[in-house]
Design a protein around this ligand. Structure first.
Ligand SMILES: Nc1ncnc2c1ncn2[C@@H]1O[C@H](COP(=O)(O)OP(=O)(O)O)[C@@H](O)[C@H]1O
Ligand SMILES: [Mg+2]
Length: 219
């Protein structure tokens, strides 16, 4: 990819500019992006804001190149306030969970992103757009809400105050707006984080402390 500019490197993928309107997202560890591409096409057809998918080949996805920046970058630069960011995250959850599931026979099950945090939202000229559908599945909507709260809480308990302080504010603002998840779904989210290959052992060791910051409801 020497002839294409590296736009960003996330945890799992490198993203290259192909031209003005397309990026290549490549998984560094290989893998198959076809299920993600199919889900993104389904969500786009349902009117949910995702990048258009132009091609999927093994670990490579060719996607619409989004303008703007991640919600995290926008927050850290002071362009999006904590309350507005929490509104965006809650709104993106609500809209996603209004889309019918494709596979599950249980009518309560929804499409879940399971990694919906400020680095996986881009603030663009067409509004907020959700990227990085690797962990997506189907299940109860409040598992997705529990996962976002838990991820924010993990950052809030991290040792870096530059990130921890805004994350704590973000978590509080998110929790004021979102319906608290069931305690069982928070436990499920904790279990998923403990087996997530993207997390280091040090990060995993903080998940329990983070979970203590997440409000739950009984039932
Ligand atoms: N369609 C896109 N257009 C522009 N930038 C993108 C696009 N998709 C991803 N990016 C950039 O690449 C980064 C990593 O992408 P992401 O899909 O979240 O991969 P990872 O799994 O590695 O986190 C994002 O934070 C964003 O800065
Ligand atoms: Mg990401």
């Amino acid at each position: 990819m020497a002839d294409h500019a590296l736009l960003a490197s996330g945890r799992d993928a490198d993203v290259y500019a192909l031209d003005e309107s397309r990026v290549l997202r490549r998984y560094r560890q290989g893998g198959d992006s076809a299920p993600e591409a199919a889900l993104m096409a389904y969500l786009a057809a349902a009117g949910y804001p995702v990048p258009a998918v132009y091609d999927a080949q093994g670990p490579d996805l060719v996607l619409e190149r989004l303008d703007g920046e991640t919600l995290l970058a926008s927050m850290l630069a002071g362009r999006t306030g904590v309350g507005a960011a929490a509104d965006l995250l809650v709104g993106l959850h609500d809209r996603l969970h209004s889309v019918p599931a494709r596979f599950s026979a249980d009518p309560a099950d929804r499409v879940l992103h399971l990694d919906l945090h400020p680095q996986n939202v881009m603030v663009t000229s067409r509004g907020p757009v959700v990227i990085d559908w690797r962990n997506a599945t189907e299940g109860p909507a409040d598992l997705d809400v529990a996962m976002t709260a838990l991820i924010l809480a993990e950052v809030a308990v991290s040792p870096d105050p530059q990130l921890a302080d805004p994350a704590r504010d973000g978590l509080n603002a998110f929790q004021r707006r979102a319906e608290p998840p069931r305690a069982s779904q928070l436990r499920h989210a904790v279990d998923l984080r403990q087996v997530d290959p993207a997390l280091s052992a040090v990060e995993k060791s903080a998940v329990g402390r983070a979970a203590a910051l997440v409000h739950t409801r009984v039932g």
